[in-house]
Design a protein around this ligand. Structure first.
Ligand code: FB9
Length: 554
């Protein structure tokens, strides 16, 4: 016997033989002599996919038409999973076999069903435990099957209770013997003959949680176009020596599975908010806007309110709406010539405005706070623009965090990201604002817009913007907007005929709607499930919103 050949029993067969002796007729035919032939290993045609695949191919060879993976497993007395594994690995080798997934419903005993099939039904055990002289009911109830068995045996009229017995209720047999139908039926199922039971009998056993209908996914395996019982090991690598030796010409290669999913590289994941932010950035840049610097969460009341012509006694400027700072409490650096003009405009008016006629205090303006909007950054940007002569039209945008001391609810936290667009040019009107809003929201996939008059201290006229949301079947407020007041722009030094239109919205709202998130705490904050971030799909603002993730998928 030349080198390389060896006889061995595959682990499966060793296992089975261990507790079977040769003359044991329960040995499935597969395990007769031909088993030995099976496990013969040849060096070069080593069975790439082990004995089970080999067995399966032989069976297929012998079968007419095909075979069911579960039946084959039962025949070979092995786990169905082992056969499924072999089917999958043979499938990966190309057209050797066809395998069609089938789901077959079948009846299986529950664990309790198994136990009753082995030990007999509770009622049968109760019956057997009653001696001719009867048994105290209290004692019978202490038996493991006591409770369940007693009521069943009673309803089967196998036993009776003598309540008047001397030392308490006593249980007696009514019949001499009984048929343990339940056990018999369960054994029938165990023997694969569930179809012998009637629907009623089956449902009664199911109601007693002794039987369950399971869906078994099995494979109907048939010969493939390249069927053969010997599978030669297919090369998976094209090595330099194969090329240099030319041996690649006669070696079978495992087909490339170009549909195989690559291993997802472990990488960082952008939070959905940042995915949507980059979409908004893209839209603004496409529209020719430049991003304003917003890297200061702490702002002075001057730039956050006064510069926007928001009076010092305005309700938004008190503790209830705004987070003021204890340290550093005051802004020291303010452009004092400009501050004087703002002071005069608030207290006495000017530029055609009567102002608010109150005593404007510099200390109030120096108070530091967490900015309540990025419009403060717009004010800084417009002031810088006004210092550059001659005036040049600009389009600015900002997307960054703002802080408001608001009542927290499912859609409001004490901070959110404000998105703001600002256009400064000669003779801009409300019409221009509506136009740029239409262009902006269209890029968001929002086309049906409505404008509702609104009020902001720093814009006149002002409009709330609404869009009809197909998914939510209602009009949703998608932002606020307006034309900055001359009392804001002229003290900055911007030319008379320059007007500035602006609008704002949040980043959180569109993100929640896009990703189907109803509670802002599932999107932002310490309660966020990082898996949501990992699994959050790419964001395409102008594409249809995704249905919320269903649990399973997951
Ligand atoms: O974002 C908001 N709504 C929205 C936006 C987009 C969206 O997209 C969907 C995919 C389709 C859905 C909803 N809002 C503004 C409207 C409401 O949510 C509102 O209840 C809450 N608002 C925040 C303020 O809450 C106190 C959102 C936030 C907001 C409001 C106003 C401005 C900015 C953000 C502004 C402004 C402004 C006005 C004039 C000049 C300059 C700036």
């Amino acid at each position: 016997m030349e080198q390389g050949w060896r006889w061995e029993l595959s682990p499966v067969h060793l296992l089975r033989l261990r507790h079977h002796t040769q003359d044991d007729d329960t040995l499935s035919p597969a395990l007769r002599l031909d088993t030995f032939k099976m496990a013969m290993h040849t060096p070069d045609s080593a069975m790439a996919d082990g004995p089970v695949a080999e067995l399966l191919l032989r069976r297929l060879e012998a079968s007419d038409g095909g075979l069911d993976s579960a039946e084959l497993a039962a025949e070979l007395g092995m786990e169905h999973q082992a056969v499924v594994g072999a089917v999958k690995s043979l499938q990966a080798l190309g057209e050797i076999i066809e395998a069609e997934l089938r789901s077959t419903k079948r009846w299986e005993l529950t664990a309790e069903g198994e136990e009753i099939a082995r030990e007999g039904s509770h009622e049968a055990r109760v019956f057997r435990s009653i001696p001719p002289e009867g048994l105290a009911q209290s004692e019978l109830m202490r038996l493991p099957s006591g409770k369940v068995g007693f009521s069943k045996a009673m309803s089967n009229k196998w036993i009776r209770v003598d309540k008047s017995a001397a030392d308490g209720p006593r249980v007696f047999r009514v019949v001499d013997s009984m048929e343990d139908e339940v056990q018999r039926r369960l054994q029938l199922v165990q023997g694969g003959q569930a179809e012998k039971l009637g629907e009623k009998e089956r449902s009664e056993l199911r109601k007693r949680k002794l039987l369950a209908e399971v869906t078994l996914k099995t494979y109907w395996v048939s010969k493939g176009s390249a069927f053969s019982t010997s599978i030669s090991k297919q090369e998976t690598e094209l090595s330099p020596e194969m090329i240099s030796s030319g041996s690649w010409r006669d070696r079978p290669f495992k087909p490339y599975n170009f549909l195989a999913h690559g291993v997802l590289p472990d990488s960082g994941h952008l939070h959905p908010l940042l995915k949507v932010r980059s979409q908004f950035r893209q839209i603004f840049l496409e529209m020719g806007f430049t991003e304003m610097p917003t890297y200061n969460f702490i702002e002075s009341s001057f730039w956050n309110f006064d510069a926007l012509f928001q009076p010092q006694q305005h309700p938004a400027r008190d503790q209830h709406d705004t987070f003021f700072l204890r340290d550093p409490a005051e802004a020291l650096q303010l452009p004092m010539d400009y501050v004087q003009r703002v002071k005069r405009t608030h207290s006495q008016g000017g530029y055609g405005s009567q102002g608010y006629k109150y005593t404007w205090k510099l200390d109030e303006a120096r108070k530091n706070l967490l900015r309540t909007h990025t419009t403060s950054a717009s004010a800084r940007a417009l002031y810088r623009l006004a210092q550059k002569k001659p005036f040049t039209p600009v389009k600015y945008f900002s997307i960054d965090r703002v802080f408001r001391n608001e009542t927290l609810d499912a859609t409001h936290l004490a901070e959110f990201h404000q998105i703001e667009g600002v256009v400064a040019d000669h003779g801009l009107t409300l019409g221009h604002l509506m136009g740029v809003l239409r262009e902006f929201f269209t890029k968001l996939g929002i086309t049906q817009l409505r404008f509702k008059p609104a009020y902001n201290p720093y814009t006149e006229p002002s409009m709330e913007v609404f869009s009809y949301h197909q998914g939510l079947k209602k009009w949703v407020e998608v932002g606020n907007s307006g034309v900055f007041r001359p009392e804001m722009l002229l003290p900055m030094g911007l030319p008379e005929n320059v007007s500035v239109i602006a609008w704002g919205l949040s980043l959180e709202r569109p993100t929640m709607i896009k990703y189907g998130i109803n509670n802002i705490r599932d999107l932002v904050g310490h309660k966020v499930n990082l898996q949501m971030v990992y699994d959050s799909p790419l964001c395409r603002l102008d594409a249809e919103p995704r249905p919320p993730p269903t649990q399973e998928a997951a």
